[in-house]
Design a protein around this ligand. Sequence first.
Ligand code: 0A1
Ligand code: ZN
Length: 866
Amino acid sequence: MKTDTPQTIYLKDYTPPAWLVDTVDLDVSIEADGTVVSATQTLRRNPAVADQPLVLDGEELETLAVSVDGREHPYLASATSLTLNDLPASCTLRTVVRIQPDNNTRLSGMYRSKDGYFTQCEAQGFRRITWFMDRPDVMSTYTVTLHADRATFPVLLANGNPVASGDEANGRHWATWADPFRKPAYLFALVAGKLDVLRDTFRTASGREVQLAIYVEPGKLDQCPHAMAALKKSMKWDEERFGLECDLDHYMIVAVGDFNMGAMENKGLNIFNTKYVLARPDVATDVDFENIDRVVAHEYFHNWTGNRVTCRDWFQLSLKEGLTVFRDQEFGADLHNRQTARIREVRGLRAAQFPEDAGPMAHPIRPESFVEINNFYTATVYEKGAEVIRMIQTLIGRDAFRAGMDEYFRRHDGQAVTCEDFVAAMAAASGFDFTQFMRWYRQPGTPRIAADGFWDADSASYTLTLSQSNPRASDDAPYLIPVRVALFAADGRLLPGSERLLQLSASSQSFVFENVAEEPVPSLLRDFSAPVYLDFDDTPEQLTVLLAHESDPFNAWEAGQRLATRLILAASTEIAAGRTPVWPASFVDAARQLLQSHAERGAAFVAEALTLPGETTLAELISVVDPDALHAARNSLSRHLAEQLENEFAGLYASLTVSEAYTPSSEHAGRRALRNLCLSYLVEFDGEAVRELAFKQFREADNMTDQFAALAALANINAADCRQRDSALAEFYARWQDEALVVDKWLQVQSTSRRPDTLATVKALTAHPAFDLGNPNKIYALIRAFGANLVRFNAADGSGYAFMAEQILALHDRNPQVASRLARCFDRWKKFDAGRQAHAQAALRRVRDHQGLSRDVLEVVTRALG
Ligand code: 0A1
Ligand code: ZN
């Protein structure tokens, strides 16, 4: 493969397509020596655009024939484009190409995976199937006929409705599907394979019956009911919350084990990573069950936010992704536990998006340029994008937000639009002026709010001054930031009338609260009302009041995180200076009270509150990170809590057992989460008794949540010789080696272990039969998860960096998208000391200078080095 000089594509260069494609008729014949794709497109010039030749996109296509209106027509073909001149204003173009899906290791376009053929066309995979104007603003009506060997590929699927099917010579068969909805090419899908199917139906609010089907590899039907239930719940929820009904007669989900991402919303034919479909209590954890709910909902919700109304161009990706993540978050919150859902969202945002926004790949939720669009399916576009939508709802209120959604569909159903179009619909429905708010779409970086409070006893008023800044932004104009606030008394009472939604719109602004008769404890950014950093000098006493009494569970949790963060960061400095940290008794007392309050506050909440902030999140708060000191500080606090609260942890561990049959309900899941958290604290104090305790849980668990939690606790034990650890790892693999998704867990639990020999283990595992460089899930579980293991990946001798560079180079040609995701592990290399930086830089240069490096990886490493 040769490296093209990578071209940067700019939003400002957008022009509408010169041609429109009304219909596409595809005939796809899967044969022994490749797949032949005949495409018939009815084309007409776009009346809004000056005459231009027709230029089609293509990649790795073997062109067999090109004709226009039934006659041969001259064309100019390059490796990636097909140009036709002198076309009539409307015409029918037929192209015939051969593709080699069996050799398609990139998993973009049409590819082979175990039991069949699958497609992935977002963002630019359709051009790997046929010559086409592969851009989201070209929308057409598709008809597809598939031909394949009947015995090997009994199931033939495409978007839309089945029209006809039959047998043909040589044991082959065919099926035709027609999709009545116009769609962009990225929503195209087909599947041919040997698959089992679970069927169901859903009756919409207006009484239409939708046929539902989930297709999986043979033998896995008993792992589908949860996904099916999630689909039906999503359909109902979208009717109730947004008045959006399913427009399809057939809604199909197909699960495939080899998939670059989570899932894909192809019209009526979603293709999913098996990870987000398959679940059974003995193989999937509570978190897996919940993720399946969310991802199934996410893809279903795209049918309106993404498919009915799509993106004009790929810069608008957050138009569909931010909005759809917001919708799936809301669905998850309604279905499970709103409080812990919000906590987990923010935890995720801080662990992934904040670092991204501070690193070399920082971009606005609507980027202004890219080299490779696949590099922009990011935490920023998705998760920060969802926060931006959430802020819109916060600013105008839930009812106006719903009216804005109605207005958006009224205006734009069937169109390919921009983020401005969405916001304009919200503005029209609410009367709110979003001019200043649009800054959230245009600037990279996480804004900071510095807060300062002053209570004046004489006037009984409290003045809160908020100042904002964003060093990553291109200028210092202020954002419009919704800041939810409440004031509490020192005894924890909410001060009446103090709950307010402030709109911070200036660089610095003061807000006065009247009738505040005592010095208040302010609670700022309740429910995390904006994705910002908050700099506020709250005292440990104030934070302890909030942790115990704040009625907004998010900010109660946040108070605990702020307390723990300060302690760990200070301890990290102590440890780096060779001193031993001292932990205040007040923190232990607060933790004890939390444990004691689990019945009132909910086990799930308490588990979240007693989970210390992660190392990656903490590292963002330090200018030069010493990963060993940070790791030691965090562990030391865990161990201190374990020592001080041993009785409480042991008592709760014994009392929180769930005796009923397993269900992934939020109540049961919360109890398991807290009980397993207790276990993880107990093993901090390594000793034979706790090893046995964990091993017993591992052996006796009747569900994967408990079994895996015990395995993870054991896998973290540092001692070189831990019989229980070795046995558990060996038994787990022996038992689950045929369940691919469970094997992924086995790999990940080893690559994320804090043991000093983790890199050696990971290296050895790359040669284990369980590992497969062709399967993205395996790479994410073993290699990328290692890259997120702060202390081990950033080893002082550079061994982690050198290993990662090797893996990227081993993969970049085979699967550039996945290799590029590995390259992102280097995002924060400049946060470490000079020695580590030198190692990281050398590793990055080695990758960058590799002959024929893929464009995806090149963009990431160039930005990292720049
Ligand atoms: N649109 C999908 C995510 C997705 C994006 C790209 C893919 O291949 C490069 C695959 C899936 C979603 O948001 O669920
Ligand atoms: Zn999506």
